[in-house]
Design a protein around this ligand. Structure first.
Ligand code: NVA
Length: 232
């Protein structure tokens, strides 16, 4: 494995992604890229002759969702027909959970403030392809949920908006009151790092630590599966 930080890669010195894609394609069997703009990943994939894996962008986090779905299936033995509720920012995690959840036959509900909804096209696709709701009401979204999921209120690169986001998301915490709306045996997942006391209470985090750290471990296994699928 070769790790190139933004500074070490030639992209950091202004090399067009198109050229970096062609150079790395001569050295490697695959590229995983973690960046901000989804367009950068797509540009890299367009010009690379080897598999390009989205390791997180502002728009999507598909690798995390593979681990999440694996964790739900391990515990619940199935995905189809379960209700997955995401509470918080309609961010990269929300977008990818909607896609992964709907594709595997889950019902997906999102609770978020109106100004922080997931991507409009993804929501439209979800409504046309499965059972999907997006509401400002956490009680409504969490009602009867089998899985409750949350993520930080300020994602990577949004640290300067933290204060404003803390205010906007104040009513969107996964706490014991919210969990009472979900099924009694509902799972709680978090892609980590968690900010306990913000998007999740310490009480809920600790009560569901087994699931959350199984989920963290499953990043390893799900990503091995991605490599096998793309490169073996
Ligand atoms: N929404 C978070 C996910 C971290 C796994 C971020 O982009 O920082």
């Amino acid at each position: 494995a070769l790790f190139l930080s933004g500074k070490e890669s030639q992209i950091g010195r202004g090399e067009p992604i198109e050229d970096t894609a062609r150079v790395l394609s001569r050295y490697c069997d695959g590229i995983m890229i973690r960046t901000y703009g989804q367009d950068e990943v797509e540009e890299l994939a367009k010009y690379a002759s080897i598999p390009v894996i989205n390791g997180l962008t502002d728009f999507a986090h598909p690798c995390q969702v593979l681990a999440d779905l694996m964790t739900v299936r391990e515990r619940m033995t199935r995905l189809e027909g379960l209700k997955l509720c995401f509470v918080g920012d309609g961010n990269n995690m929300a977008n990818s959970l909607i896609v992964g959840g709907i594709k595997t036959g889950m019902e997906v509900s999102i609770a978020c403030p109106a100004a922080y909804r997931p991507d409009a096209q993804i929501m439209q696709w979800a409504s046309q392809n499965g059972t999907f709701t997006c509401t400002e009401s956490v009680e409504e979204a969490a009602a009867g949920a089998d899985v409750v999921y949350t993520d930080v209120w300020a994602s990577m690169g949004q640290e300067e908006e933290s204060r404003q986001r803390m205010a906007a998301f104040a009513g969107y915490q996964v706490n014991s009151a919210l969990m009472r709306a979900a099924k009694p045996d509902a799972m709680v997942l978090h892609c980590l790092p968690a900010h306990s006391g913000e998007e999740i209470t310490e009480e809920v985090l600790e009560a569901h630590a087994q699931e959350i750290f199984d989920e963290a471990e499953n990043r390893l296994h799900a990503q091995k599966a991605v490599l096998v699928r793309l490169m073996s």
